[in-house]
Design a protein around this ligand. Structure first.
Ligand SMILES: NC(=O)c1ccc[n+]([C@@H]2O[C@H](COP(=O)([O-])OP(=O)(O)OC[C@H]3O[C@@H](n4cnc5c(N)ncnc54)[C@H](O)[C@@H]3O)[C@@H](O)[C@H]2O)c1
Length: 258
């Protein structure tokens, strides 16, 4: 019997097989969850259609653009048409203008700042708001988002995304406070560097991967499977009274002072 048997899990952010969200989807599937997977564009739908045969339960596939309120409402309608409740919601989405992910943070434009905040931080609140009635119906639900150490420490080139992740982590705490009485927990996983589509947009990802192996307490890079297993913990009853927390899955890099 899996840890997520009979649970409905909405997992956003699978772009391809390297996506962190795909590692989470596979771990949830292994534990018996029934998945709803969202995709941003038709290009990503094609990738998803190639991947889903790897899952043991056929997922529902729904388009989602988190910057569009109608799209968020359509996701909720599509899920409600099939299920009475959502037990787990995974937000694994981020985007910033490539020009803002290198050079100096000082040069961030107003438009670039707004874009990063809207897609990478506000989208968590927007998604939770939209699915709120279905999360309440679960009785006990778990919301999980993805963050990075660049929210609290300076990571060269991460720039506007670090500021967006700081807002995202603060949102986790405020949402956890608002929703705890309704049985909804909200946590984040702060992942070490993984070579994904989004990560390749940040200049210096190879240096970050190299420096984990060189300096982290556990001298190994993390995998999407590691994140998937941590997400299973946060989604399952084993973490029932944990909320508002940032769980580091980064081979211990966050404890370093050098
Ligand atoms: N890869 C890393 O090193 C790393 C480390 C820590 C945290 N993260 C975070 O993990 C999350 C997933 O990123 P990833 O590394 O798996 O990369 P990825 O490129 O595989 O996933 C990013 C996803 O965001 C989606 N997205 C972007 N804009 C969207 C929009 N407007 N509407 C809906 N979806 C949208 C993309 O379609 C894609 O599926 C992000 O929040 C990222 O910041 C990544």
């Amino acid at each position: 019997m899996g840890l997520l048997e009979e649970k409905i899990a909405v997992v956003t952010g699978v772009a391809n097989k390297r996506s962190i969200a795909w590692g989470i989807a596979r771990a949830f599937d292994r534990e018996g969850a029934q998945l709803v997977l969202t995709y941003q564009t038709d290009r990503f739908l094609e990738n998803l259609q190639k991947l889903v045969p790897e899952l043991s339960h056929t997922p529902q596939l729904v388009p989602l653009d988190v910057s569009d309120d109608d799209s968020l409402a359509q996701l909720t309608d599509a899920v409600r048409a099939r299920y009475d409740a959502v037990h787990v919601l995974v937000h694994s989405i981020a985007h910033a203008d490539a020009n803002d992910l290198s050079g100096r943070f000082l040069d961030t434009s107003r438009a670039g700042y707004h874009l990063a905040q809207d897609v990478s931080a506000y989208s968590l609140t927007a998604l939770v708001r939209s699915l709120h009635p279905l999360l309440i119906q679960a009785g006990r639900a778990s919301v999980i988002t993805m963050t990075h150490l660049g929210s609290v420490r300076v990571m060269p080139n991460y720039n506007v995304m670090g500021v967006a992740k700081a807002a995202l982590e603060s949102s986790v705490r405020y949402l956890a406070y608002d929703l705890g009485r309704e049985g909804i927990r909200v946590n984040a996983i702060s992942a070490g560097p993984i070579k994904t589509l989004a990560a390749s947009g940040v200049k210096g990802i190879s240096t970050a991967l190299h420096s984990t192996v060189e300096k982290a307490p556990i001298p190994e890079n993390i995998t999407t499977e590691d994140v998937g297993n941590a997400a299973v913990f946060l989604a399952s009853p084993w973490s029932e009274r944990i909320t508002g927390m940032i769980l580091y899955v980064d081979s211990g890099s966050h404890i370093l002072g050098f």
